[in-house]
Design a protein around this ligand. Structure first.
Ligand code: FRU
Length: 595
């Protein structure tokens, strides 16, 4: 050891007044933290815009054990803390190695050892009835399934910060699709890489040999490395209903030379008595089959010259849906795409057609169909084994264009509300997907305010929607147009922040504009106007789900959906109706406070 690093040690010993640990700074930004009588957690101070440092737990003989994480350890200031779990070594003397952090970083004084990690909410923008991670980063929903009365939602999770990294599967459960309980992060990165998106199945017939009713999950092992990025498909199974997972010893189960090769969606194809895996590969979806979930055979590829190709295809799904009013069914292939969405960044397109267990055929190859017409709806997939034949989808409510700079710190990322999917035929004979709010959302209703019917000639304002408005509510309304060429609906707060919405009757469109909605300047891509087609502009039903940082508009029973984030400094509490030319009637209007 050189003289310089010896000095570092001496300085650290005097500078560090926290008796629970001591730090040795070695050369080249290498550091050793010695902890005596370890507590459950080392709380690591994070600065979101700092570069990543590597934190590794090492044993007495200097071997890395347990957790290793890339953490944006604080250099100048602390944005928040993340827990580094030492509970397996509680009471022991242990060493934590930190690579890539200079000696003058404030981390060395701000580290804490603690028996607990406080996840009480500290964010004013945290939604009230939408799923969010209790702390840390979240992107795609993963591995969703239903079993024995419980919905399981896994998600792309960084347990070591509110930016993308250390991708693992976080886990939350719910019995009503609205109120979620965090259950930990049961699938963590390993030697094959980070844990990217994927799916789960309930193996009712024990085809894989892990047990009847075992949960078998598929994910992409992703390893960026100097020797070339690799993405392969891996498997993990759970025999305790999704709480803990064992990684399959034969991993990876599927490899390829393709650079973008990921997000396996697996389901049981009953007519053929086999499993199907749909996998995003570049700008196509590959379809595989298997009898035992372990060996997979490629059957076909879908996507050339189909739909939008403005970006990478990701997070596929494939399922059968009834066509409303008939006894027919069709198959729907969901293809999330980034970038290449209609309003910039990501979006979810879908194809409607036929599937024989091996090959998907799109029935309307000329039209690109979008599941949601907002900017913040992505990576949408459905629950496996959902009850009563329902097909229930959940999306990530954000956009890669600005997700990393959203104005929250303790957590970053939320999900849409759950949506029940079905197919209907429009007036041109085209089969389109209806995405209706799952009825469980009604369990969030607290109080109802009913507003008597009124007519709008020029304008009509309701100055206060709710006496006690904490930013989480639903507005349900029915409108009847009588000759208006535009029906304008503006939500606002008393800070002058507002969201403009309108129906353009001639164009048959619903428009939402958020450039004055509150905080918008964190990204040039955030202020935006989004536009959805509307089938009927004479008789309008509209349900607006407003939460602290989002608005989801469901038109005409889910024939269009538009999900957009907004960051008002106070909840919008007034609504104003305006008209151009003719007038319209608000036939019914209800405001529900949601919790
Ligand atoms: C989509 C995605 C997936 C990938 C995951 C990584 O948002 O890019 O394709 O598995 O995020 O976090």
């Amino acid at each position: 050891m050189g003289v310089a690093s010896m000095m570092n040690i001496a300085q650290a010993a005097t500078a560090n007044e926290n008796p629970a640990y001591s730090v040795r700074h070695l050369a080249s930004e290498q550091n050793l933290i010695s902890v005596k009588n370890a507590a459950n957690y080392m709380l690591l101070p994070v600065q979101d815009n700092a570069p990543e440092a590597r934190v590794i737990l090492i044993t007495g003989d200097n071997m890395p054990v347990g957790v290793a994480a890339n953490v944006r350890l604080a250099r100048e200031h602390v944005d928040y803390y993340v827990p580094f779990d030492l509970s397996a070594y509680h009471g022991d003397n242990i060493t934590v190695q930190v690579q890539g952090l200079p000696e003058n970083a404030c981390t060395w004084d701000k580290l804490k050892l603690s028996e607990t990690f406080d996840t009480a909410n500290r964010e004013k923008f945290r939604p009230i009835y939408h799923h969010t991670p209790v702390y840390g980063w979240m992107n795609d929903p993963n591995g969703m399934f239903y079993k024995d009365g419980t919905y399981h939602l896994y998600f792309q999770f960084n347990p070591y910060g509110s930016t993308w990294g250390n991708l693992s599967w976080g886990h939350s459960t719910s019995t009503d699709l609205v109120h979620w309980e965090y259950e930990g992060a049961p699938v963590m990165p390993d030697g094959y890489g980070m844990i990217f998106s994927g799916s789960s199945v309930v193996d009712h017939y024990n085809t894989a040999g892990f047990g009847e009713g075992a949960i078998v999950s598929f994910y992409t092992s992703a390893k960026p490395s100097a020797w070339g990025d690799s993405q392969s498909q891996s498997m993990a199974y759970s025999t305790d209903g999704g709480k803990t997972f064992t990684k399959y010893e034969g991993n990876p189960v599927l490899t390829s030379g393709e650079r973008d090769f990921r997000d396996p969606k697996v389901f049981w194809y009953a007519p053929g008595k086999h499993w199907v895996m749909v996998l995003a590969a570049g700008q196509e979806m590959d379809i595989y089959s298997s009898r035992n979930l372990k060996e997979w055979k490629k059957e076909s590829s879908f996507g050339a010259k189909q739909g939008a190709h403005g970006g990478v295809w990701e997070c596929p799904d494939l399922f059968e849906l009834p066509v409303e009013g008939t006894d027919e069914t069709r198959w729907v292939l969901i293809c999330n795409i980034n970038p290449g969405g209609p309003f910039g960044g990501n979006a979810a397109q879908y194809f409607v057609g036929r599937f024989d267990g091996k090959k998907f055929v799109n029935e309307s190859p000329t039209e690109t169909k979008w599941m949601d017409w907002g900017k913040d709806h992505y990576a949408t997939v459905t629950f496996n084994n959902a009850p009563d034949g329902r097909v229930i989808a959940l999306g990530w409510m954000s956009n890669w264009q600005y997700q990393t700079v959203l104005p929250t710190l303790q957590y970053r990322g939320s999900n849409t509300i759950a949506r029940d999917l079905s197919l209907y035929r429009d007036e041109n004979g085209e089969l389109l997907m209806r995405c209706a709010p799952s009825p469980e959302i009604e369990s969030a209703r607290m109080e109802t305010r009913e507003i008597p019917s009124f007519k709008v000639k020029d304008s009509y304002e309701i100055a206060s929607l709710l006496d006690d408005n904490d930013g989480a509510y639903e507005i349900e309304m029915q409108l009847k147009n009588s000759g208006a060429s535009r029906i304008i609906i503006t939500l606002a707060n008393d800070k002058g922040e507002k969201v403009h919405m309108h129906y353009d009757i001639a164009r048959k469109q619903f428009v939402m504009e958020r450039s004055e909605s509150g905080l918008t300047d964190f990204s040039a891509d955030f202020p935006a106007m989004t536009v959805a087609p509307v089938d009927d502009t004479d008789n309008i039903t509209l349900r607006l789900f407003i939460d602290r940082s989002s608005i989801e508009a469901f038109g005409n029973g889910g024939k269009f959906v538009m999900s957009n984030l907004v960051f008002p400094s106070k909840p919008y509490n007034s609504i104003k109706f305006e008209t151009w030319r003719g007038n319209f009637q608000v036939k019914s209007m209800k405001v529900y406070k949601l919790k």
